[in-house]
Design a protein around this ligand. Sequence first.
Ligand code: SAM
Length: 281
Amino acid sequence: MGELYLVATPIGNLKDITLRAIEILGEVDLIAAEDTRQTLKLLNHLGIKKPLISYHHHNRREAGEKLIKRLQEGNKIALVSDAGTPGISDPGEDIVKLCVEEGIEVYACPGPVAGIYALTVSGLSTDKFVFEGFIERDGKGRREDLERLKAETKTMILYEAPHRLQKTLSDIYEYVGDRRIAICRELTKRHEQILRLTVGEAIKYYEENNPKGEFVLILQGLTQEDIDKEREERYENLSIVDHILKYIEEGNSKKDAIKLVSKERKLPKSEVYKESLKIEN
Ligand code: SAM
């Protein structure tokens, strides 16, 4: 049996290739590449000559079968994508699944991931995060994605194309809220830029600056402050009495309704109780 190596390659700066990646690319029998022309440039830069085979999203089934056959014949194969880590918003997942099914060993040669770079420099919480990659472009799927983002408490990593950046920012503003966001552009490249601001500020910025290059967005998760603010806004136009009545209508006892209202409005229970006396039984 052969072995499959998922080899991470630079996301911009060619110096971000690991010594081990160079070694593996030099040792394998074959390199499966998302875009053979792109990979050829990297291999020329590294002075490596190897047979290349194309493996991308659209041919992953047929090409995957060929690769499995070559692996079963004992070949060592490296899989590389155009940039960064294979399998992360890039081809990789399917061939790894096939290898696992066929009992073929898979190794990764770790290296750059645009989303992780962006997360670490974002200034937002790195403690718990989710990788969202590209959200759906339109329709029901997009609305569902935005709804999920709205409720997410962990820091979110999003990828976006430059021509869709403004639309995505305004959808986040409308459906998710005016959170903190880090907009990370052209990482490791000459025009690298990290903007740390709010979604509303970012919208204004891109009204005056045309988005160019590659982007990662790091979006702050839902905080307790956001939850409190939203709750306050919801009950802003409601009197205390109406607020109590609303909970009673929802099936709570008067006593529980008073408790809930005092907790939500951060008011002493005695004060809410006094108001509740206005309600006729
Ligand atoms: N496999 C890659 C990785 O490990 O990050 C991601 C590939 S995905 C097809 C391409 C997207 O990654 C771009 O549209 C952009 O959102 C992000 N990306 C890749 N390189 C980047 C860079 N140098 N700066 C900012 N974003 C980048």
